[in-house]
Design a protein around this ligand. Structure first.
Ligand code: NAD
Length: 268
């Protein structure tokens, strides 16, 4: 018997086999969930369909979260097929490359609008449509990163989007809690994915996290999938509005260099 038997999960954000969303999909499916997949854009179609086949999923629909009509359509299709939804995973982010690099003060108005719309507002738009289908309560999950709280070079406009996403998580949790709908965020350590590659210096960041995080290792999409399974299942029944760190403990550090290195910096 699986932890997710009888549950329907709609997953946004599978781009390829390296996607965090795919790590989550595999875990939910492995515990018995019926999976519905949403992807963005024709280019990804040829990567997502074979993955769907691997798990016997025949609900694969295109949805650009900037378009209300796409969002309406996918939730209509979920309603028509399953009558309800139990788990919704938001594993989506995008920002124009030029607004991730360069100087923070140079972030453009247009880049800000795009990044916040796709990476943060979309969670509200998705939750609004999921609510009427979560007839027996439900779980909504989104993916965030430590740059929401502390300055991490190269995150710039995405850091702002993640701060907004974490705030949205709390407000949605409060709004939807009385209906038994839980909303949580997972703050994952850096992982080499398509979106991750948009961050300048990802390789350095990966090496750095591996070197200094308490567990001395980077995290995998499987690690994130396990945490998502925990939050989406009854194991997480009383957890809502939280940010759960899956980062080998990196976020607890107040100082990420050794005492010896610090002496080198301060001269004694
Ligand atoms: P990914 O590239 O595999 O996934 C990002 C997804 O966003 C893609 O599937 C893409 O199609 C989708 N997307 C972009 N614009 C969209 C739009 N307009 N409509 C619908 N979907 C759209 O990369 P990933 O690393 O798996 O990213 C998933 C989530 O995890 C993101 O929110 C990301 O910020 C977050 N995250 C990633 C890392 C990391 O280091 N990779 C760390 C922490 C959090």
């Amino acid at each position: 018997m699986g932890m997710m038997d009888g549950k329907v999960a709609l997953i946004f954000g599978v781009a390829n086999k390296n996607s965090i969303a795919w790590g989550i999909t595999q875990k939910l499916h492995g515990q018995g969930a019926t999976i519905a997949l949403s992807y963005a854009g024709e280019i990804l179609e040829k990567r997502v369909f074979p993955l769907a086949q691997e798990i016997g999923c025949d609900f694969v629909e295109e949805c650009d979260v900037t378009k209300d009509e796409d969002l309406d359509a996918i939730f209509e299709k979920v309603k028509a097929r399953y009558g309800r939804v139990d788990v919704v995973v938001h594993s989506i982010a995008f920002a124009p490359r030029e607004d991730l690099n360069g100087r923070f003060v140079d972030i453009s108005r247009e880049g800000f609008k795009i990044a916040l719309d796709i990476s943060a507002y979309s969670l509200i738009a998705i939750a609004k449509r999921a609510e009427p289908l979560m007839t027996e309560g439900g779980t909504i999950l989104c993916m965030t990163y430590y740059a929401a709280e502390k300055v991490v070079p190269g995150y710039h406009v995405m850091a702002i989007a993640k701060s907004a996403l974490e705030s949205i998580t709390r407000y949605l949790a409060n709004d939807l809690g009385p209906k038994g709908i839980r909303v949580n965020a997972i703050s994952a350590g850096p992982i080499k994915t398509l979106a991750g590659a948009g961050v300048a210096g990802l390789r350095t960041l990966l090496k750095y996290n591996e070197a200094v995080s308490p567990l001395r290792k980077n995290v995998t999409t499987e690690d994130v999938g396990n945490a998502a399974l925990f939050l989406a299942s009854d194991m997480g029944a009383s957890i809502t509005g939280e940010v759960l760190y899956v980062d080998s403990g990196f976020n607890i550090l107040g100082m990420t260099i050794t005492e010896e290195e610090a002496r080198g910096v301060t001269g004694g």
